[in-house]
Design a protein around this ligand. Sequence first.
Ligand code: KIV
Ligand code: ZN
Length: 389
Amino acid sequence: MSNKIEIFDTTLRDGEQVPGCKLNTAQKLKIAEALDSLGVDVIEAGFPISSPGDFLSVTEISKVVKNATVCALSRAVKKDIETAAEALKYAVKPRIHTGIGTSESHIKYKFNSTPDKIIEQAIEAVKLAKTFVEDVEFYAEDAGRTDNAFLAKVCSAAVKAGATVLNIPDTTGYCLPDEYGAKIKYLTEHVVGIEKVKLSCHCHNDLGLATANAISGVINGARQIECTINGIGERAGNTALEEVVMILRQHPALNLTTNIKTRQLLAMSKMVSQEMGMFVQANKAIVGDNAFAHSSGIHQDGVIKNRETYEIINPSDIGVTESSIVLTARSGRSALAYRAKKVGYELTKNDLDIVYLEFLKLADNTKEVKDDDLHRLIEMSKARLEINI
Ligand code: KIV
Ligand code: ZN
């Protein structure tokens, strides 16, 4: 089995389902081009039947994307599939993503149907999609809560009908990592024709497990991860692209790789955040403002001596210029000396003792001591310092 994990980005489809994050075609084109240059393997550009605007966006994205496969979503419905195919007609590498709910709850409440009829509908959908494009991805919606034996039966039927990729969504973000991994493993052992196709992880974050579940999926044999920039998406979001990519990169023992140019990750995160007007929490893994910021004295002292004491990622690997040492009331002398040097003061040990006392008085009454405050503190104390200011 190959050790390459394909990255399927769904920022422009599942990500854009976030209330208030709607993008216009020009914004989607800008993001699609950036994703292509980031190195994603598949861009899910939209759900063309959903609106004329989305149809237009998928069409325009299909024209400009040079390297990635361009994918369009559809339900297992004739008109959806035809519309997806039409929107993809300019794509160099088009993929139709079609599927249907397979859990007991979806079959009963959403479709008022039966397991056999769901399988028939899945087969028809894949066969129809196959008349337009070679590359057809089948999704079994709510696979996370679908009985494994039935899931394997639906997936086997989809493979026989011509599916090239099987998407196993944990639509409601319910699974535990071991459970999701075991599901993927079960499918690798029970889907007829599995050797011809790729299994894909599509995990939601309702319990904060989307990233862990996707990683468990690839450890157990999936070879594609569906994810979004900054983990945005329906409800609590999807697996975050930057997280899975960096997990695989930082754990070489897993022997799994991606094509992502990680140095572009921060810029990509900022672009999506800005275009969608969706702010990234400061403590967000990999791309949050605090991901490489150190504020407690013990940590700062370690990082100043050697970055690796408290950092497992080199910030430049994701496009961050350098780690930051934030001055707060928890900071120690070494952090103060370090930051003073950065703004132009080489303090002696004696100077440091004097400035540190003043610094603590200020720091106890403020959230963060900034460069301007530092200049002021040193200027205020200059009569008592050995250095020449
Ligand atoms: O979460 C989900 O099940 C989906 C499918 C439409 C692929 O987004
Ligand atoms: Zn989803």
